[in-house]
Write a protein that binds this ligand. Structure first.
Ligand SMILES: Cc1ncc(C[n+]2csc(CCO)c2C)c(N)n1
Length: 224
């Protein structure tokens, strides 16, 4: 069994919780409070700035030009396509450039991004991929599922979001990360695989916590 298939079995309970989460359900049926989505957009923008750096570390750790180029393309896609969507949403919500520039990451955003950067800076290329894969994979899965709901992708506020993550292009990117992880785990020791699984499951859990943070607008207990 491929390493990604083993991970796919283990992540099922967490993905089920993601799909049942009121934030994701709210995007699916179009009833999510736009204020919650606004909060999410700002935090996700801050998240993506750090996430892009993890792709840059992938290029640093790659040992062939093809893989290096692919990480460079993923970095470009995050900064210019994915964050482009966030900038469009920001304009719609009246979030100024200044607000985006000066916004502070919530503790969950900080914990998640710092964990990924720590794993990527101190680990092997396989560890970089194990850290970033849950984000790409789980969004692709959510995008595909929501895209099947009649009318969801046409929703005037959330349609574009669904469209982007269900797209063929995002799917190919997630699949490339899955294949690269499988390639880099062939012949690894049990101890190395256990470490990769731990990183992968931790960022999978952080994905759930990010939805929860966004839904509850948690900056800090009491939101002080
Ligand atoms: C918390 C959070 N997790 C995952 C994504 C999705 N995502 C982030 S980077 C990337 C790959 C290429 O841009 C994808 C699919 C997000 N936006 N926010």
């Amino acid at each position: 069994m491929k390493f990604s298939e083993q991970l796919h079995e283990k992540l099922q309970p967490i993905w089920r919780q993601n799909h049942e989460h009121p934030f994701v359900k709210g995007i699916a049926n179009g009833t999510l409070d736009p204020e919650k989505f606004r909060f999410y957009m700002v935090q996700d923008y801050l998240y993506l700035i750090q996430y892009a750096k993890v792709f840059a570390l992938g290029a640093v750790k790659a040992d062939d030009l093809h893989t290096m180029g692919k990480f460079a393309a993923l970095l470009d896609g995050t900064l210019n396509e994915e964050m482009g969507l966030h900038r469009q949403y920001a304009a719609r919500f009246g979030i100024s450039e200044e607000e985006l520039e000066t916004a502070k990451p919530s503790p969950i955003t900080l914990a998640y991004t710092h964990y990924m950067l720590h794993a990527a800076q101190n680990g092997t290329l396989a560890e970089v991929i194990a850290a970033v894969l849950p984000c790409a994979w789980s969004y692709w899965e959510i995008g595909k599922e929501l895209n099947k709901i009649p009318g969801a992708a046409e929703h005037e506020l959330y349609g574009k979001w669904i469209h982007m993550y269900a797209s063929e292009e995002f799917g190919q990117m997630a699949q490339w990360c899955i294949d690269l992880l499988d390639e880099h785990t062939v012949g690894k020791s049990e101890a190395e695989l256990a470490k990769l699984e731990e990183i992968f499951l931790n960022t999978t859990r952080f994905e759930y916590m990010f939805w929860d943070m966004a839904y509850n607008g948690i900056m800090w207990p009491g939101n002080a």
